[in-house]
Design a protein around this ligand. Structure first.
Ligand SMILES: [Fe+2]
Ligand SMILES: [Fe+2]
Length: 408
């Protein structure tokens, strides 16, 4: 008779390879054909979470050895990547957003600042050699995904408000926000979004082991210092490999986010098909945020200029298909950009019209005589009666004496 080692486990602590002996619910109220199942993918766990199941009974005496599991996961990943790539020429269906930017913004702010605190904690923990609190990071990623499902533009509006004390802190979170938005844009299933979001927010974990004097050095780096920086993806991945409950896909993001399809990336100089869409999405988010952020040694460029520079890399460092998707996601004028209209009015971009990137939703701030417009005047430039207004240029907030954080 088969020996059983039954144990109650919270769904968040489930891992691929565990055998769920009893899902603990009547068949109508759980997603599987039977009450027992071997967990072969993150999707199995997601289905339980989606059904609101919090706890299941696992049989620790059953399950698969790690090597076999990796094979199953890799096989599945490959076919799913192919499926996604097959949609290249088709227009992907957009997930409909359920609430307006104005409704989501207060919630998105809370979610962003909570996640910022968690990021601060895990960077400090890692620096001090303490264990990474994976469950907390995962909870934050989960709420970020929820917010993006409700309205993607709200969280995107927050990433360029300002840099809070340390670059790696805001940068890590921003790359998470950008990657999740992009994942939503291409309709990734929830489980994959979670893996991508976790990988993206943790992508620069290895930098916590690079001395700050090197990371913040204003003068040209020596070859040795540059090599120390180039090693951060390897260190980050090693740290995550020794942490439980992090998927291989998230670890790959940390390991390969500086690889480029033309082979010019590091640390391994991978090229072409070897670089997955998760790595590309995180790589583009990383470059975009880095270019548009102020650093100790240089000022960041405006977001729309960063997108232009990224566009120039298409077909070289990044696949054109993914660059175009990224721009479709963020818009030509990303949310939070100040623009001047042909009418002479100054306005703030509040929402992307994915079907007409040149005509976003805006809030009017100043009239043509530079007088502040009182009350909230939202204009959808894509609507027929607004076609007489066009964006003529992007303006920087500082010369106008504007503080974006007071506008959002
Ligand atoms: Fe990095
Ligand atoms: Fe980075």
């Amino acid at each position: 008779m088969l020996e059983r080692r039954l144990q109650k486990v919270h769904v968040k602590d489930l891992n691929v390879g565990m055998f769920v002996f009893d899902v603990g619910r009547h068949w109508i109220h759980h997603p599987w054909p039977h009450r027992s199942k071997l967990i072969t993918s993150a999707r199995d766990i997601d289905q339980l979470i989606d059904y609101g199941i919090r706890e299941v009974t696992v049989d620790l005496a059953r399950g698969l050895p790690l090597i076999k599991l990796k094979e199953i996961e890799e096989k599945k990943e490959k076919s799913e990547d192919k499926e996604l790539a097959g949609k290249k020429e088709k227009r992907t269906r957009e997930r409909t957003e359920s609430v307006t930017m104005a409704e989501e913004l207060p919630r998105a702010k809370k979610i962003y600042f909570d996640a910022l605190e968690t990021t601060r904690e895990f960077l400090a923990d890692t620096r001090a050699g303490r264990k990474l609190n994976v469950a907390k990071v995962r909870d934050n990623v989960e709420t970020m995904i929820e917010s993006a499902f409700r309205n993607r533009d709200a969280s995107l509006a927050l990433i360029k408000l300002k840099t809070y004390d340390e670059y790696t802190l805001t940068h890590s979170l921003n790359v998470g926000v950008l990657a999740i938005s992009m994942g939503c844009h291409i309709n990734l299933p929830r489980g994959k979004l979670r893996q991508l979001g976790m990988g993206a927010i943790l992508h620069d974990l290895g930098k916590t082991k690079v001395p700050l004097e090197i990371l913040n050095k204003k003068a040209k780096l020596t070859a040795e210092e540059f090599n120390a920086i180039k090693f951060h993806p390897v260190i980050g991945a090693q740290m995550l490999e020794t942490t439980s409950n992090i998927s291989d896909q998230s670890i790959s993001v940390a390991r390969y986010h500086h690889e480029r399809i033309d082979g010019t990336g590091y640390p391994d100089g991978l090229s072409g098909e070897k670089i997955s869409h998760f790595m590309i999405i995180t790589g583009m988010s990383d470059v975009y945020d880095a270019m548009s952020s102020d650093r100790v040694y240089r000022k960041g460029i405006l977001p729309h200029e960063a997108l232009k520079s990224l566009f120039a890399l298409r077909g070289m460092q990044f696949d054109s298909f993914w660059i175009e998707k990224f721009i479709q996601c963020l818009g030509i004028y990303p949310v939070g950009t100040l623009v001047k209209l042909s009418s002479g009015e100054i306005s703030l971009v509040l929402g992307v019209n994915h079907s007409n990137l040149l005509r976003p939703k805006i809030r009017l701030l100043f009239d043509s005589k530079n007088m502040p417009i009182t009350g909230e005047k939202i204009v959808d430039l894509a609507e027929n009666n607004n076609l007489n207004r066009e964006i003529v240029e992007v303006v920087a907030p500082k010369p106008l004496g504007l503080d974006l954080s007071s506008l959002l």
